[in-house]
Design a protein around this ligand. Structure first.
Ligand code: ATP
Length: 889
């Protein structure tokens, strides 16, 4: 309190006739006054209180002899002082000042007269000390009164109070709890500290962890009672936030500094001041403040700016001071200033004095704050914030939280599904993520909650449809606050605030900016984005560039309204464009009733009908498309997966090749339709068909059993070929079929073995064998031997064939030559050597030296196939052993 004493004396010596001391702690105020009297060189203290009027300061006994007849009200008591000639050296104390002056103009007027008199005649010799629990004085007195706050007890005082109570109760506190309890009690008045401690301390017993928890919960209540701060239970982890990675990472880093503040300061690190998080409602600003408390491991105090604003002159500033000083006493802590903009509403041009004083005070405090109070200010409407607050340097960083991207929506969905004790198994999250494109985190949370409740009421498990229904029935915040959101987004973009999310793609704000870019490619990019908001698509659909308009109609999020307008523009109309009509008609959001209406009317040209038949609308419009005059349209329908069997059958009677071919390639083709069309397919069509993905089993079987080996070859290479058909084809007589099969990337092990057993399929088998030889590491083993050793080896009698082959493949010419000269050279090794392009080898083999190798691949393949058949793993081990033994000889 010595600071306060010094401050007060300075004000009195400077001529201030009255000091207003805000405190709820009467006992501490009296201690302070006792200390003050000698410091101010006063002779006497004259105290007034509401109960007894003038009283003796030390005893609090009334001065009036008969209280029943005496007037004790302030205005009457002040009259006595107006006649007092001996004011010099008198400290006049007015307790309960806020109540006594409230709506009491007479008391205020008389107090003003007294203060004027002190100012004029008793400068620094007499002073009035007004004491109240809150600052509230009539405006007429404002210029005469200086406001001071009695600071809350510091850690030293709390420690003293704690030891008093422990002694009183003969109780003890374990060392590990002591510091926590002192921190836990900071921010409370001395009376509150005593009150909480008396509840927690039991005579003769040590303080326990649960007493500590009780102290914290009591403190929470007391802070809440103050009306300006609230202690928030922030039981959330960083993993509870979907996305916002940059912001989380930034906070994590600051947390590291704050947790080791002393070390950081010693290393010259500037202590973090705070962060302003601006952005859309419901996008996780408050959640982030709570997560910060977990990351920093600090208490979170929420300051509701709205609750600071008082009706009396100076009350708002006083409340602000009180809140900030409370936060400083509780420090280290996080002060979360929620809805910061509320403090500055109306500051604009008209300029509210209170707001600017609040701002001034807040900024100075931010600048000078000494305690480890980290400020997290959140704001929705950044337009209401004064520019000086947004200037760099006030906060360490200003982040902008926008609507979540697709990836972020996915993780928000997962988080809320988990919270609701659901799993994402069996759900198509990508579809759900798409459906909640314009949703903020809070909208997603609501939709999940809604779906889970419906599932519970209907007594069924949560499924995709329930979630989709809930999402579709939630009116997104973006929709509700459309204009406001647009305005904010533009502003955030203009101010170039740091985005809280990792930018995957464009943020909405960026899209808004790019939608006006003179570069049409940028506008086109916006129109193509799956995250492009509806209002922007509506704007871009009128773009002068046709490419931009096309991108809008092709966008899977293009709203039905725009598509309907386009579909209704008939040929001949000035803005008819068949490309745009086609894109609009095939868009998944195009209304089926409108499309069927135009199909029935035959008002679409063939190209459009074809596009519709190729689109996702085909099934819904099959009854119109099946009767189309154009074969191309019917063929497109015939290829449509899931086409009802009746339609397939009808189309299978058609003689048009295109239709039959399309039907044959349809993976959902039924057997009856297949039987109808297969005899009519030409070989070339079958060959092409056999290469198609997604063929039905029956179709593949028919192709695998076809008389034409080219058809069988074609289907043998199809990676969708099931194992049963691979096995059938592995026994095919035709080398080409085996070859194609061996090259099939999905050949199963069983089918592979069957192919290996076969004497056919040479080229592929060669490839396969090369792998086996390589695998079994004979070559690797030989590689490690010296050339001399290998040469010697190659010249020995009795070499097994696989060893000869390995040596015949050696990269060293001398080794190969030694092998050529071996009298027992086997056929397979010889064949390998014949492949060599060395003239010396060819001569040694007695071969002509040019033009030898054309057409010999089959032989070589066969050699390798045989060699590899020998070179099983067991054989490889045998070979290595053999090598070892021989190298020793
Ligand atoms: P307001 O400005 O309206 O206070 P806000 O931006 O502070 O909004 P929050 O209160 O943090 O939004 O979010 C509301 C709720 O929405 C949260 O309790 C949380 O459940 C959910 N939510 C919002 N964003 C996210 C997110 N990124 N990840 C997970 N949940 C989120």
């Amino acid at each position: 309190m010595s600071n306060l004493k010094q401050q007060l004396c300075q004000h009195v010596h400077a001529g201030s006739p009255a000091i207003y001391l805000v405190s709820t702690e009467e006992e501490r105020v009296d201690d302070f006054i006792r200390d003050l009297v000698p410091a101010l060189s006063m002779r006497r203290v004259q105290e007034w209180n509401m109960g007894h009027g003038w009283v003796k300061f030390d005893t609090k006994r009334p001065l009036a002899s008969d209280l029943r007849s005496a007037r004790t009200d302030l205005e009457t008591c002040l009259l006595e002082l107006l006649d007092d000639d001996e004011l010099d050296g008198c400290l006049i104390v007015v307790k309960d000042a806020n109540q006594a002056l409230e709506q009491n103009p007479l008391a205020a007027a008389r107090l003003k007269q007294l203060l004027n008199r002190i100012e004029r005649h008793h400068n620094a010799q007499c002073v009035v000390l007004l004491v109240g629990v809150a600052f509230a004085i009539p405006s007429s007195l404002e210029s005469l009164v200086t406001l001071l706050n009695l600071p809350l007890p510091d850690r030293g005082t709390i420690r003293q109070l704690l030891s008093e109570i422990l002694t009183e109760n003969e109780a003890v506190i374990p060392d590990h709890l002591s510091a926590g309890i002192i921190s836990g009690l900071s921010g409370l008045t001395a009376r509150e500290v005593r009150q909480v401690l008396r509840m927690a301390v039991r005579p003769g017993e040590p303080i326990t962890q649960s007493d500590f928890a009780m102290i914290l919960s009591e403190k929470k209540q007391i802070i809440a009672k103050s009306g300006v701060l609230e202690m928030v239970d922030a039981n959330v982890r960083a993993s509870d936030i979907g996305g916002l990675h940059r912001l989380k990472e930034w906070l994590q880093q600051r947390g590291q500094v704050l947790q080791r503040l002393d070390q950081a300061l010693a290393s010259g690190v500037t202590p973090p001041k705070g962060v302003l998080i601006a952005g859309m409602p419901g996008c996780g600003k408050s959640l982030t403040a709570k997560v910060a408390a977990d990351l920093f491991q600090m208490p979170l105090l929420r300051l509701d700016i709205g609750s600071l604003l008082g009706k009396y002159v100076g009350e708002s500033e006083h409340n602000m001071r009180r809140a900030l000083s409370m936060a400083e006493t509780v420090s280290p802590c996080i002060l979360w200033v929620d809805e910061l903009e509320k403090a500055f509403v109306g500051m604009g041009n008209s300029g509210s004095e209170v707001s600017s004083r609040l701002l001034g005070y807040f900024l100075t405090w931010m600048q000078e704050k000494s305690g480890a109070v980290f400020v997290i200010a959140t704001a929705n409407d950044i337009t209401a914030l004064p520019p000086e607050l947004l200037r760099k340097g006030r906060f360490d960083e200003i982040f902008y939280v926008g609507f979540p991207s697709g990836e972020e929506r996915k993780s928000i969905l997962e988080i809320h599904l988990t919270k609701a004790k659901q799993t994402s198994e069996g759900l198509d999250l990508d579809v759900l993520v798409d459906a909640c494109r314009d949703y903020c985190g809070a909208d997603i949370e609501n939709a999940v909650g809604e779906a889970v409740t419906t599932a519970f009421i209907d007594n069924k498990a949560l499924d995709q449809q329930l979630l989709l229904n809930a999402i579709q029935s939630t009116v997104s915040l973006r929709e509700t606050l459309r204009e406001q959101v647009g305005r904010y987004e533009e502003l955030f973009e203009k101010l170039k605030l740091r985005p809280a999310s990792n930018q995957g793609g464009m943020s909405v704000a960026q899209m808004i900016r790019m939608a006006d870019d003179p570069n049409q490619l940028k506008r086109e990019d916006v129109a193509k984005s799956r995250d492009c908001p509806t209002d922007l698509l509506e704007k871009l659909v009128t773009d002068p560039q046709i490419a931009v308009q096309k991108a809008v109609y092709a966008n899977p999020r293009c709203p039905e309204r725009l598509l309907s307008i386009r579909i209704n523009i008939r040929p001949g109309a000035p803005d008819f464009n068949s490309e745009l009509l086609q894109l609009a008609s095939e868009n998944q959001n195009a209304p089926l009733d409108l499309l069927s209406h135009h199909l029935k009317d035959r008002s679409f040209e063939a190209g459009i009908r074809f596009a519709i038949a190729k689109s996702g609308h085909a099934l819904g419009l099959a009854e119109f498309l099946i009767a189309d005059d154009d074969v191309k349209v019917r063929a497109a329908l015939a290829g449509c997966i899931g086409l009802p069997e009746a339609h397939q059958l009808k189309l299978s009677y058609e003689y048009a090749n295109q239709v039959g071919e399309a039907l044959a390639a349809n993976p959902s083709l039924c057997n009856a339709a297949m039987e109808n069309i297969f005899p009519r397919l030409r070989d070339k069509q079958k060959i092409n068909l056999a290469k198609c993905a997604g063929l039905s089993h029956d179709t593949m079987m028919a192709l695998a059993e076809d008389d034409n080996q080219l058809v069988r070859q074609s289907v043998a290479g199809n990676s969708d070929l099931p194992e049963s058909l691979q096995m059938t084809l592995a026994e095919d007589e035709d080398d080409g079929v085996l070859d194609a099969l061996a090259n099939n990337p999905r050949l199963t092990e069983a089918a592979r073995s069957l192919v290996l057993e076969s004497n056919h399929g040479q080229v592929s088998t060669y490839l396969d064998m090369a792998r086996v030889v390589d695998d079994n590491s004979i070559l690797k083993e030989l590689d490690e031997k010296s050339v001399e050793f290998k040469k010697d080896l190659a010249s020995r009698p009795g070499l097994p064939d696989y060893m000869q082959v390995a040596l015949a493949s050696d990269e060293n010419l001398n080794v190969r030559l030694a092998m050529v000269r071996n009298a027992e050279l086997c056929k397979v090794a010889r064949d390998v050597l014949e492949k060599s392009d060395s003239t010396l080898i060819k001569q040694a083999l007695g071969l002509p030296t040019t033009g030898l190798w054309g057409g010999h691949w089959g032989n070589i393949a066969k050699i390798f196939s045989e060699t590899a058949a020998i070179a099983t793993k067991a054989r490889a081990e045998e070979a290595i052993k053999w090598l070892d033994e021989n190298s020793k000889k």
